[in-house]
Design a protein around this ligand. Structure first.
Ligand SMILES: [Zn+2]
Ligand SMILES: [Zn+2]
Length: 347
């Protein structure tokens, strides 16, 4: 089959690789009908994640049709149209039994290299999905592939962060970064009752989209985001700040935007090992700081329902639809911030 494989730093290509097969009895193999390039794939592309070898298949966002099921799969049959978590979970271990599916030691991340479970990726014609009963969901008939794919990562990552923040209806949410995850955070905050949502970015087109989705835009290239957020909130700061970039500077900015007693939720995938923690600001403002990988298995039913009901439109961020042959160029343009969100159509 044809797949997008890692070759070297900043080099991916379309390559013929063996088709995946059911390996474990809880596996499903899907024929991928839609994949995507994700911001977190850029860390792989730039060589910042250890455990990548040439020929490794990339990609972790997907919709597909079940092709083959392992003998212990109970909820799916060939022909089912499915999407699912980028981070499969076994459903049986201690963390999974506590509902902390994102901490499953038996899972990993699809297409994220040897350090994350050595699972093959989904930017391919076929993909093996482990622990299919826990990881996958059938897509409701009236939800399109392009809507559904966001529930496996980008939307649910953002939605989970807003949910974990304990947002109280009426509160103000500031979102740093109006990329795909940030724009989903804007929509998630609104759907969960935020009184006001503020979006901070540097790219005018992204801010325009954020505004269309209901946020007050702040261009950090033209205005000081801290003074703007303070003036919008009567000098308090935002109740919740969602950091959707994954940089240390933007995490530090979040501590300046948040009100005393507020919550900072970092969802941008980072490749930094450490951060110089703003201890004094955190102490004097009594800030709660949370960072973690999204618990997609926990929240995907909720996000699928919201999309099915038309309350969130994740496709607002789609800017490109690429056949496999154009994906290598897509990575380059995405790295240059010339693409907001590229979907990948494998056939
Ligand atoms: Zn992703
Ligand atoms: Zn588990």
């Amino acid at each position: 089959m044809r797949a997008i494989t890692y070759q070297a730093v900043e080099e991916v290509r379309v390559q013929d690789v063996p088709e995946p097969a059911v390996q474990d009895p809880t596996d499903v193999v899907i024929r991928v009908t839609l994949a995507a390039i994700c911001g977190s794939d850029l860390h792989l592309y730039h060589g910042r994640i250890p455990g990548l070898v040439p020929g490794y298949v990339l990609g972790h966002e997907y919709v597909g049709v079940v092709q083959e099921v392992g003998p212990q799969v109970r909820t799916l049959v060939p022909g089912d149209r499915v999407t699912g978590a980028f981070n499969p979970a076994c459903g049986a271990c201690g963390p999974c039994r506590r509902g902390q599916y994102n901490l499953c030691p038996n899972g990993g991340v699809l297409g994220y290299g040897l350090a994350f479970g050595n699972l093959g990726g989904t930017q391919a014609e076929y993909a093996r999905i482990p622990f299919a009963d826990t990881t996958l969901r059938k897509v409701p008939d009236h939800v399109t592939d392009e809507q559904a794919i966001f529930t496996g990562d980008v939307l649910t990552t953002a939605y989970g962060a807003v949910k974990n923040s304990g947002l109280v209806p009426g509160e103000t949410v500031a979102v740093i970064g109006a990329g795909p995850v940030g724009l989903m955070a804007v929509q998630s905050a609104r759907v969960r009752g935020a009184g006001r949502v503020i979006a901070v970015d540097l790219i005018p087109e992204r801010l325009e989209l954020a505004e269309r989705l209901g946020a007050v835009p702040i261009n950090a290239a033209a205005a000081n985001p801290v003074s703007r957020v303070l003036s919008l909130t009567g000098g308090d700061g935002a109740d919740v700040v969602v950091e959707a970039v994954g940089g240390t500077k933007t995490i530090l900015m979040a501590f300046d935007l948040v009100r005393p007693g507020g919550r900072v939720m970092a969802v941008g995938i980072t490749s930094e090992e450490t951060l110089e923690y703003p201890l004094m600001a955190s102490l004097s403002k009594d800030v709660t700081f949370r960072i973690g990988v999204a618990n997609v298995v926990r929240d995907i039913d909720e996000t699928l329902s919201l999309v099915a009901a038309g309350r969130i439109d994740p496709t607002a961020v789609v800017s490109h639809r690429l056949p496999l042959a154009e994906v290598p160029d897509g990575y380059r343009l995405f790295a240059e911030r010339k693409i907001l969100k590229a979907l990948v159509v494998p056939d």
